[in-house]
Design a binder for this molecule. Structure first.
Ligand code: CP
Ligand code: NVA
Length: 291
């Protein structure tokens, strides 16, 4: 059904890091709603180099009805929001990835028919955007979350404390463990993310491979969770040798798959492509609600 209810409105899409899903989701959502969109990347715009975030916010507010920002520190998107006169959407920072959570929650609800009372286990680096935001999302939705990783990869204490407070009001728990089998037993959702995130230096691959290989999502993890469990991943994912980085890591370290095995990624328990499609539906809903 046509729903181009925002004809004449426009959104600016700032991407200081690369993207497939988030960019396409915002562009298709905006187009379906009848809006125009302008993509800005750091090479083609003045942002950061010749113009401050504060000035950029005020310039773009005069031309656009909303601004999406993907980049580095959370403080940057917050400064943008502080000085913009239009809604600002966080398309991923180092610390958080909120629009990804909406897609994850929709995918989970489509599958289980509910959110409250479900158990999610997240394996891998949980100090970064996806792990942090999953703690927030689960706490808010009344879902138990268990971070399964070496202790140094657990979300920072301040975020855990905030999430624990929210979780206690919603009857759920945030747990952290280094024990893969204990942490994933009975989980309804098994989730992971890349071991090295955008913006992190190449030098850390070796340490991450060493620390996180025991936390790879494989058949044993899925079987331990149970037949009811689904697998989610925000993507992109290193599950085979189909990527340039994957092949370089293979040459250097001999790995053919990283945070998830190809077997699990391609299995019927994996809902990663439904999850990716839901980026567009949920971002469309966010634009509709905000504008
Ligand atoms: N999941 C996600 O944000 O993907 P992109 O980096 O492709 O936008
Ligand atoms: N943690 C990943 C998420 C990508 C969508 C990164 O920041 O690269």
């Amino acid at each position: 059904m046509p729903h181009d209810v925002f004809r004449g409105k426009n959104i600016a899409l700032i991407f200081e890091k690369t993207s497939t899903r988030t960019r396409c989701a915002f562009e298709v959502a905006a187009h379906d709603l009848g809006m125009g969109s302008t993509y800005l990347n750091p090479t083609d715009s003045q942002i950061g180099k010749k113009e401050s975030i504060r000035d950029t916010a005020r310039v773009l507010s005069g031309m656009f009805d909303g601004i999406e920002y993907r980049g580095f520190g959370q403080a940057i998107v917050e400064e943008l929001a502080q000085y913009a006169k239009v809604p600002v959407f966080n398309g991923l920072t180092n610390e958080f990835h909120p629009t990804q959570m909406l897609a994850d929650l929709l995918t989970i609800r489509e599958h289980f028919g509910k959110l409250q009372g479900l158990k999610l286990a997240y394996l891998g680096d949980a100090r970064y955007n996806t792990g942090n935001s999953l703690c927030v999302a689960c706490a808010k939705m009344g879902m138990d979350i268990t971070i399964v990783a070496p202790e140094k990869y657990w979300p920072d204490a301040a975020l855990r404390k905030t999430c624990e407070e929210i979780a206690s009001q919603n009857g759920c728990r945030i747990l952290c463990t280094e024990d893969v089998m204990a942490g994933t037993a009975g989980a309804d959702i098994i989730s992971t993310d890349v071991w090295v995130s955008m913006g992190e230096p190449d030098e850390i691959w070796e340490e991450r491979i060493h620390d996180l290989t025991p936390y790879r999502v494989d058949r044993k993890v899925m079987d331990n969770a149970g037949a009811q469990a689904i697998f989610l991943h925000c993507l992109p994912s290193f599950h085979d040798l189909g990527t340039g980085i994957g092949r370089k890591i293979n040459e250097k370290y001999g790995l053919t798959e990283m945070e998830v095995t190809d077997e699990v990624f391609e299995s019927s328990q994996s809902l990663v492509f439904e999850e990716a499609e839901n980026r567009m539906h949920t971002i469309k809903a966010v634009l509709y609600a905000a504008l």
